[in-house]
Design a protein around this ligand. Structure first.
Ligand SMILES: C[S@@+](CC[C@H](N)C(=O)[O-])C[C@H]1O[C@@H](n2cnc3c(N)ncnc32)[C@H](O)[C@@H]1O
Length: 390
């Protein structure tokens, strides 16, 4: 990742606007570390500075997603220029062009912009993408949404879409377990989960869970299917249990059934003569429409340090949401940024609370409107109002 190693610097006075971005604020060093707020056109993100053996490493903050590599590199270069510090080492040479993929979509697109009138298929954890690309080519009237948290795999499939002129496939590099929560009810025909990581020693990390299956049932249209394919007998038995815990279920079980296309994993396991299991769950319910109306604003203000101390002192873990405080970045005069995690256990979202100008807001943007993040927001609001009895 782009970074620069520079000499220690005097904290510059901000805001400062360069030709391309505005450096809006810088936190006072806390245990040698801090953040710098950057605005570039409509994007807001943070740079981090970290003390390393008497030098300062300037790099990206991973929580605030930075859409383009050159945007990040320029922010690092311009920030180093602003400090006037000696640069010992850097890897911020600009790329000729930032790659922009038409098939790449962020979550906002699915909240406001996706055409749900067309049939939709979703593939979770597509890896090499063979099955996803095959489906997109052989079913051109369907919109295919591929979810993959491994960025190099996502980029490979984006390149293939460009090379093969595929325009009915959207690639999203986001956790599928949160993603399903932002899709409209009854909008999806098929969900594929092929060869998920078994996580035998950490079952809470599995894609298939009660929460995921409940979400799948909500977004699947009546007659729509959730298809699990695995080589792990253990995962198959576990998933069978999760499906059978539903109030009603229509399930097809198959062993060693072969598909038109075989993934890289599948090829490897075929050579080892492993067994393959397919569990196909058919949704029989028409779900209530989902409303995505939400208000993530805050009323009330508590000085930054007071609130950060209160939240750091108690991790909030309820049965259906959690809130935890992480790093804090003071800006002085009772202002600051507090990194928090909030949302569902197993899939919390990380973001910042900004305490500035006697208001509190999310930075750089509000959480995704899942049920758990809305419940966590209400709790934070009660804490800010001084009406929290938890
Ligand atoms: C074992 S690989 C299987 C890949 C592919 N389906 C195949 O059959 O070759 C599992 C993939 O799921 C992805 N993955 C794991 N958890 C995920 C999640 N919560 N959301 C999206 N992708 C996920 C991993 O990055 C990995 O690429």
């Amino acid at each position: 990742m782009p970074h620069a190693l520079i000499a220690p610097f005097e904290t510059p006075s901000l805001p400062v606007t360069t030709g391309e971005e505005t450096f809006e604020f810088i936190s006072t060093p806390f245990k040698g570390n801090g953040v710098v707020g950057v605005r570039h056109e409509a994007n807001r993100f943070l740079l981090k500075y970290v003390e390393r053996d008497g030098k300062i490493l300037v790099k990206a903050d991973k929580t605030t997603r930075i859409p383009k590599l050159n945007m990040l590199k320029k922010a690092i270069i311009h920030f180093c220029e602003l400090t006037g510090s000696e640069v010992f080492q850097t890897n911020t040479a600009l790329n000729k062009k930032d790659r922009e993929y038409a098939n790449y979509k962020d979550l906002d697109f699915f909240l406001d912009g996706c055409d749900y009138a067309k049939p939709i298929w979703v593939e979770v954890g597509f890896g090499s993408g063979r099955h996803l690309l095959h489906n997109a080519k052989t079913n051109p009237d369907v919109i295919h949404i591929g979810l993959e948290i491994h960025k190099p795999s996502a980029e490979q499939v984006l390149k293939q879409c460009e090379l093969q002129g595929i325009d009915n496939l959207y690639v999203v590099d986001f956790d599928a377990r949160i993603f399903l929560e932002i899709l409209p009810a009854n909008s999806v025909q098929k969900i594929f989960v092929h060869f998920p990581v078994p996580w035998d020693k950490a079952p809470h990390r599995r894609v298939i869970s009660k929460g995921f299956v409940d979400e799948a049932i909500t977004v699947l249209e009546p007659g729509g299917t959730l298809e699990l394919r695995t080589d792990s007998e253990n995962y198959m038995v576990y998933s069978y249990g999760v499906f059978m815990d539903l109030a009603s279920a229509e399930l097809m079980v198959r062993k060693n059934h072969f598909l038109d296309v075989s993934s890289k994993y599948e090829d490897r396991w075929k050579k080892m003569n492993k067994n393959f299991y397919d569990l196909t769950l058919t949704n029989t319910l028409q779900s209530e429409p989902r409303t995505f109306e939400h208000d993530f604003s805050f009323e009330g203000f508590v000085p930054f340090e007071t609130f950060a101390d209160e939240l750091s002192g108690k991790a909030i873990v309820e049965s259906d949401y959690l809130i935890g405080a992480k790093e804090r970045y003071p800006l002085g005069n009772g202002e600051g940024l507090l990194k928090i995690t909030m949302g569902a256990f197993g899939t919390p979202q990380s973001l910042y609370l900004m305490f500035q100008n006697h208001t509190v807001s999310y930075y750089p943007k509000t959480p995704y409107p899942t049920g758990a993040s809305l419940r966590a927001h209400s709790r934070l609001q009660a804490m800010l109002h001084g009406t929290d009895n938890g």
